[in-house]
Design a protein around this ligand. Sequence first.
Ligand code: FES
Length: 102
Amino acid sequence: MSSQAVNSRFFQSFSRAKRSNMEHIIKICMGSSCYSRGNQENLERIERFLSKHQLEGDIDLRGSRCEGLCSDGPIVEINGQIHGAVTVDTIDQLLEQQLILQ
Ligand code: FES
C-alpha cells in the first residue's frame, strides 16, 4: 500500500467524532517524515490514552499534512501548541499534562 493510501486511511479515521463541542484539538502530523519517525506509533498511543480516560467525545483528533517542521518531528499539536520530538515514551505524560492536569 502506498504511503498516500495509508495517510488517506488515517485522515478518514479521524473524522469519527463530532467537532462542534470538542474541548480540545489534537493534530498529529501524518507527513512522511513524522509518520515514519514515530507518529504512526504515537497515534496508536493517543487513541489508547483517549480510550483509557474516556476522552474520545471531548477531543477532536485530526491528522495533518507536513507542518514544515520535519527536523523537529515527530510533531503533535495540542490546542495550538506544537510539540516536537514526541515519542511513545513521552506522549502519555504530554497528554496527561495538556488534557487532564491543565
Ligand atoms: S512531516 Fe511532519 S513536519 Fe514535516
